[in-house]
Ligand binder design. Structure first.
Ligand code: GLU
Length: 297
């Protein structure tokens, strides 16, 4: 017998959730049911400048309305709480100290603009440009502090092939330093990055499988490198193809008409939404290779 299946829903309260989120989360619920497991709700409200209490309330309410059920979360508690990232900073700070004291990260003084300018073109359609290495020490070494405020970047093993077996896409393999570069784990303003918080929470909440959008495939490789550096066992992954609008543009929170809130107000029922062809077809029975696949290269 392996570990019990524990899946998670981890929305960020930066806007109203749309039907694309609901589709991914519905699949997460189906996977949890298939394996006789449970779902955990996590509120990814790390970036306090972009999150709003009204959206945090709405995401719980809209997903419950849609038919999702979780057995641990910010609204009901549970043994692995708190379930809001803004309340888990101690965990991330400890991880940051361990990474720093073991020489995995280095201070970086580049601004986002510097980083953009130093790279001729964004490398992947939906991902950050490769960091050109301006602040990277020539060798891996322990740097414990910085005289001025800095971001802290993880040093990826250049030239090393990184891979994992995705339950939907199969083997995903990319080369560190070529397909993705040194990434930020800690921001200059004292906020941990999504990458660090996410892996610490997935491991800390004993998530066995992460179901999320295919736009995060590269992030999975980053999170696995963090897990390895910290001596943690990462979960397994199931990445869903992304849902695009009629122009091939990925659905985003700005597609207001597709928000669960407005669909709900327009009189749709969850059953009717789940019966819509675009809800079912791109996923298929559990096979993801539908017409709307966006696969970052
Ligand atoms: N809060 C993140 C988002 O909404 C979650 C990403 C993930 O599932 O890891 O994009």
């Amino acid at each position: 017998m392996g570990d019990p299946y524990r899946g998670r829903l981890a929305p960020s309260p930066t806007g109203f959730l749309h039907l694309g989120h609901a589709r991914t989360f519905w699949l997460a619920q189906q996977r949890a049911q298939l394996f006789g497991g449970t779902l955990i709700f996590r509120d990814d409200d790390l970036d306090q400048s972009r999150t709003r209490a009204v959206f945090a309330e709405a995401q719980l309410d809209d997903l419950r309305w849609f038919g999702l059920q979780w057995s641990e979360g910010p609204d009901i508690g549970g043994p692995h709480g708190p379930y809001r990232q803004s309340q888990r900073l101690t965990l991330y700070t400890d991880a940051f100290h361990r990474l720093r004291d073991d020489g995995w990260i280095y201070p970086c003084f580049c601004s986002r603009k510097d980083i953009q300018a130093a790279v001729s073109a964004p490398h992947a359609s939906d991902d950050e440009p490769i960091y050109p290495g301006t602040c990277r020490p020539t060798e891996r070494r322990v740097v414990c502090s910085s005289a001025r405020p800095a971001h802290w970047r993880f040093r990826v093993p250049d030239g090393e092939s990184c891979s994992f077996i995705d339950a939907a896409f199969g083997k995903v393999e990319r080369v560190a330093g070529r397909d993705f570069g040194d990434f930020v784990v800690w921001r200059q303003d004292g906020v941990p990055s999504y990458q660090l918080a996410c892996i610490m929470d997935d491991v800390g909440m004993q998530i066995s499988e992460v179901v999320r959008g295919a736009d995060l495939l590269l992030s999975t490789l980053r999170q696995q490198l963090l897990a390895k550096a910290l001596g943690l066992r990462p979960p397994t992954y199931f990445h869903c193809p992304l849902w695009c609008d009629e122009n091939g543009v990925r659905l985003a929170k700005r597609h207001a008409a597709m928000s669960l809130r407005s669909l709900r107000e327009a009189g749709w029922t969850p059953e009717e939404l789940r019966a819509r062809p675009e809800f079912i077809e791109p996923i298929g029975p559990l096979g993801p290779m539908g017409p709307c696949v966006v696969f970052p290269n």
